[in-house]
Design a protein. Structure first.
Length: 183
């Protein structure tokens, strides 16, 4: 099977399967914790203008196989030295095949070429697969792991791209308190 990685924009129709699936997945996973999860997810997905995910400060990619969008993700500028990963997704029927890892690696590569030294991201507490992926790909949890994940709600992670494994450069990204539902 051949996969094609395409640099694009959230406005491109090729990105629609990714955004539609994220909408459903997030709303479903968090509906018991958010009274109007579908509306909140829609608001979150529309929160950032598409141009934030375009070079020179961002990127948006999809992975296509046989004309079908099966994975993708993006990053935007977090601060002058840090890219923030967003919208990492793999089609439900294509998971556990290394596609999310590939998306993360592709985005890290682009972020590095665009001059970023670090990567930051948050994932939800009801997404243990994502948290596991980030830990396996060298991301440092930037939250107190002794506190129940649902207290944090959003779980922040960081990675030094120039010195993978180094955590010294991530100290300013650490969260002093849990990232609750409405932070």
């Amino acid at each position: 099977m051949t996969y094609e990685t395409i640099d694009t924009t959230p406005l491109d129709p090729i990105a629609r399967p990714l955004l539609d699936a994220l909408q459903i997945e997030y709303a479903t996973r968090y509906r018991e914790f958010r009274t109007d999860s579908a509306a909140l997810v829609s608001e979150e997905l529309a929160r950032y203008p598409a141009d934030l995910f375009a070079p020179p400060e961002g990127a948006f990619i999809v992975i296509v196989r046989d004309g079908e969008t099966i994975a993708g993700g993006a990053f935007k500028r977090y601060d002058p030295t840090t890219a923030e990963l967003k919208r990492i997704w793999t089609h439900a029927g294509e998971r556990r095949q290394g596609l999310a890892r590939r998306v993360v690696e592709e985005l890290e590569s682009r972020a590095s070429r665009q001059g970023y030294r670090r990567v930051y991201l948050t994932t939800g507490f009801r997404q243990p697969e994502a948290a596991g992926l980030y830990i396996r790909t060298g991301y440092e949890p930037l939250f107190d792991r002794s506190i129940a994940p649902e207290i944090h709600f959003r779980l922040p992670f960081g990675k030094d791209l120039l010195e993978p494994g180094s955590i010294d450069s991530l100290s300013d990204l650490r969260q002093p308190e849990p990232l609750g539902q409405r932070s």
